[in-house]
Design a protein around this ligand. Sequence first.
Ligand code: FES
Ligand SMILES: [Fe+2]
Length: 354
Amino acid sequence: MTSFVRNQWYVAAYGSEIGRTLFSRTVCSEPLLLWRTEAGAVTAMADRCVHRRFPLSQQPSRLDGDQVVCGYHGFTYGADGACVSVPGQQRIPRTARLATYPVVEQDSFVWVWIGEPEGADAELIPRAPWLDRPGWSVVSGMEPLAARYGLLVDNLLDLSHETYLHGGYIGTPEVAETPITTEVDEAAGIVRVSRHMEDAACPPFYAESTGIEGRITRWQDIEYHAPCLYLLHSRIAPVGTPPPRSDGSDPGAFHVEVVYAITPETDGSTHDFWAVARDFALEDEKVTDFLRENNRTVVLQDVVALEVLEKAVASEPPGRQELSINIDTGGLAARRILGRLREEGERRPEPATR
Ligand code: FES
Ligand SMILES: [Fe+2]
């Protein structure tokens, strides 16, 4: 029994990470081998040779055209996972096949389906179109987090912590002071948390990047698509700027789309993918560099805090009580949805090929 939600799409990598070399990343405790075929398609398969379990991502294993050659005794696999040659004999055992994973490359991410392949419907993958669209500039990264993924979900759904943990970067007093509204779409597995600050201090993250000097209207509209994708629609405008028009245009404001992909690595570790897309100062390298450095610093502040928290939680007996208040409404809704998805994911039978 693990805490993972199976039969779901997860971000395994940025598309830019995967090329013509063997790349490995563990998702939901499944070690994946990722590589790009000569035609450019990303493939994902088990990163363990069927012979003696040597990790195929490790030297001297290698890619030879569209085949993976195990570096231990030479078992060779095609892009479909089937073994095409073994040493010392003509006959290839029928079971000599690597499990493969459905893959979709979209919005700069490589999504993999963890579960029974027949359930992998690409239409279910939530979108983050700003990451790969004209009119937006993007900085991004991934930080390893030695904490269970649920702690990162809690963290991102309750941004009141910005005031305390990220003061001097993105936090100001108004974030913690302003009440939230929460909407939950149980069926779709989406939690929305909004906090609209009509007259707030402008934190350095936005003052430096937008050039705004006075106070701001600051809207934070979160959309969490359980289990993996988190979107923060951030709107920043000088106080007094008209609100968005009915057609959705909003020429007086600056828009930042903060995207996280929260991918469990193991029960106690998480891949913390983060990206910041902006619709202003598109070509300004100084703004790009500033946002990359500043956001990474903020992400690392969370990483440090969550790793401390993981140690504390892991050392306690199970069932230790927490105390929740209004700010936790979104996080509690997310936990409820994840619990339901986990149960649904476990009820399905294991596929015969795994
Ligand atoms: S472990 Fe891969 S060929 Fe033996
Ligand atoms: Fe944070």
